[in-house]
Write a protein that binds this ligand. Structure first.
Ligand SMILES: Nc1ncnc2c1ncn2[C@@H]1O[C@H](COP(=O)(O)OP(=O)(O)OP(=O)(O)O)[C@@H](O)[C@H]1O
Length: 260
């Protein structure tokens, strides 16, 4: 199953980084001398997700425990139906666990309202989908601008940041191309530029290489490694592809809703 397309979340500005009501960002906690700043970027403790299907419970996630440290590339590997997308949805605050805790950047996602999670997600998390999720009538540049508009970033800052993000993914010469004028790998690189334009701390990618051949997949993984270094971002991605696992800092192997 694929992640929801975040472009449908609306465009109003809901606050600046870490401005969620009743919750404090890592930066604020640090200023206050709170020891929690040593926490990982993301901590998952005892997470379960159960759906009611035809009146019976379907236990999709079972006792999940994981950590994402800053500037890591972490992969979730598992067969179709093992629960990878369900977990990614919970990590990104698109879904809430039935049980357990998810701490993102010191914030208790599992206790926050939808509105609070939306604020954090818009400002601090980027999403990349298998099917690129680009607007077909907009150029590469306009697609990246769109995500800055959605994050409420001042228009005067767009030009420099958009050009920088497109150059990071090696597409500075394709800025004016629309998606249908780009290869699959190039479209996915525009999607990456779009996902990092608002400077998220965490990128979640659901099968980002599934539609690509091995050479293009390798390019995407090189781009991921580059942006972890230059943008100080943590990436968590799902994959079926065993050939790309070697570039991961950590691989979680998922079987039937549990980690091996
Ligand atoms: N909203 C839902 N309601 C009921 N069942 C669901 C729901 N979302 C997911 N599931 C079920 O949970 C299981 C895991 O689905 P999920 O999409 O997380 O797997 P996946 O590992 O990402 O698979 P794939 O690699 O094919 O995308 C599946 O059996 C799916 O049918």
């Amino acid at each position: 199953m694929q992640l929801n397309n975040c472009d449908n979340w609306g465009t109003e500005r809901l606050g600046t980084k870490g401005e969620g009501q009743g919750v404090k960002s890592q930066a604020v906690l640090k200023e206050e001398g709170n020891e929690s700043v040593d926490r990982p970027l993301l901590e998952v403790r005892g997470v379960e997700r159960t759906f009611q299907v035809g009146g019976a419970p379907l236990h999709v996630l079972k006792s999940i425990r994981m950590e994402l440290q800053p500037n890591q590339l972490v992969m979730l590997r598992g067969r179709s139906g093992s629960g990878k997308t369900t977990l990614l949805n919970c990590l990104g605050g698109l879904d809430t666990p039935s049980k357990g805790e998810i701490w993102f950047n010191g914030l208790p996602f599992h206790r926050m309202s939808d509105h609070e999670r939306t604020l954090v997600r818009r400002n601090e998390i980027g999403f990349i989908f298998q099917a690129y999720a680009l607007m077909p009538l907009l150029s590469a540049r306009e697609n990246v601008e769109l995500s800055m508009r959605m994050a409420g970033i001042k228009k005067s800052l767009w030009k420099e940041r958009v050009e920088y993000c497109l150059s990071l993914v090696g597409l500075e010469k394709r800025m004016h191309h629309r998606p249908f004028e780009l290869s699959g790998g190039e479209q996915q690189r525009v999607a990456i530029a779009k996902a990092i334009a608002h400077r998220p701390k965490m990128l979640l990618a659901d099968e980002p290489t599934a539609e690509l051949d091995s050479a293009m997949s390798a390019q995407i993984m090189a781009v991921f490694q580059n942006i972890i270094r230059t943008e100080q971002v943590t990436i968590c991605m799902t994959t079926h592809d065993p050939t790309i696992l070697e570039v991961a800092d950590h691989v979680y192997e998922m079987v039937d809703g549990k980690f091996l």
